[in-house]
Design a protein around this ligand. Structure first.
Ligand SMILES: [Zn+2]
Length: 83
């Protein structure tokens, strides 16, 4: 596990999937819910029967997200840490 050079907190340093530049993230993710459309999902109704949806339906999925450490690093709030 990497550590922040300013505050010594545990961080993840991973390349951005789009630019390749390194991103420094808080080590512990938080959970959120992603909602998106999906075709042909199977749903279970109140009676326990399973149906395959033929129209696109909104579905929810729990995902884990990481916060950029620059927004949470307490040392980054001082002018010396930013410069
Ligand atoms: Zn830090």
């Amino acid at each position: 596990m990497d550590r922040c050079l300013r505050c010594n907190a545990e961080v993840l340093i991973v390349p951005s999937a789009t630019s390749g530049t390194s991103m420094t993230l808080d080590a512990k993710p938080t959970s959120g819910v992603r909602v998106f459309q999906r075709y042909g999902i199977e749903v279970v109704d109140y009676s326990g029967d399973t149906h395959t949806m033929t129209e696109p339906e909104m579905v929810a999925e729990v995902v884990y997200v990481y916060t950029g450490h620059d927004t949470t690093c307490h040392a980054a709030t001082s002018r010396a840490a930013r410069d």
